[in-house]
Design a protein around this ligand. Structure first.
Ligand code: HEC
Length: 156
C-alpha cells in the first residue's frame, strides 16, 4: 500500500515540479521578446544611463554625501555596485549591473518612480523623507532632469 501511495504522489509531484519551473521561464521569455510594445512607456536606455545617470550617482553636491557612498553599502532598495579599489567610476560590466539594479526603484515613464521622488525636495513634489537627504531643490535642477529624462526613455 505504501508503495502505491509513493508511486501516486510521484505522478503528481513530478509534473507539478515541472510546471513550477517551466512557467516562470516562459514568462521571462515572453517579457524578453516584447519589452516595450505591450506598454506605452519607452524602454530604459543603457547608453544614456551610463553616460548621464551614473555621473549623477558619483557627483558630490554641497551639503550631501554622494549617492554612491551610501547606496553601495546600505540595504535600501537602491543598490549600486561598489567601485573597484582605486576607481572613480564603474567599468562596463559594473555599469550593466547597475543598470539592472536601479530598475528596482524605477517605473518607466512615471514621475512616481522612487528614483525621482526620493532625492527631490518635498516642496518641489518629492516624497516625505530620504535618509540620504534631499539633493534636488526643484524639478528644474539639471541633474534631476537627467534622471527624469532617463526614466522617460531618453536615448541621448
Ligand atoms: C547619506 C546616505 C545616503 C545618500 C548620500 C543617498 N541616499 Fe538614498 N537612501 C539612503 C537610505 C538610508 C535609504 C533608505 C531609507 C529611506 O528610504 O530613506 C535610501 C533610499 C533611497 C531610495 C529607495 C527609496 C525606496 O524605498 O524605494 C532611493 C531611490 C534613493 N535612496 C535614491 C538616492 C539618490 C538618487 C541619491 C543621490 C542623489 C541618494 N539616494 C543618496 C541613504 C542615502
Amino acid at each position: 500500500m505504501q508503495r502505491i501511495k509513493t508511486a501516486l504522489s510521484c505522478m503528481f509531484v513530478v509534473p507539478c515540479l515541472f510546471l513550477a519551473t517551466a512557467l516562470p521561464l516562459r514568462a521571462q521569455e515572453q517579457a524578453g521578446s516584447q519589452p516595450a510594445s505591450s506598454t506605452a512607456s519607452p524602454p530604459l536606455n543603457y547608453e544614456f544611463f551610463k553616460a548621464k545617470v551614473e555621473p549623477v550617482f558619483l557627483n558630490k553636491r554641497p551639503g550631501h554625501a554622494r549617492c554612491v557612498t551610501c547606496h553601495t553599502v546600505n540595504h535600501a532598495p537602491l543598490h549600486l555596485v561598489p567601485l573597484s579599489p582605486g576607481s572613480t567610476t564603474w567599468n562596463e560590466e559594473q555599469s550593466r549591473q547597475n543598470f539592472q539594479l536601479v530598475q528596482r526603484v524605477v517605473v518607466p515613464g512615471s514621475l512616481e518612480s522612487p528614483l525621482l521622488t526620493h532625492p527631490l525636495a518635498v516642496a518641489a513634489g518629492g516624497d516625505q523623507a530620504h535618509g540620504g537627504g534631499k539633493h534636488f531643490e526643484s524639478k528644474d535642477n539639471p541633474e534631476w532632469l537627467t534622471l527624469k529624462a532617463w526614466v522617460f526613455g531618453a536615448t541621448q
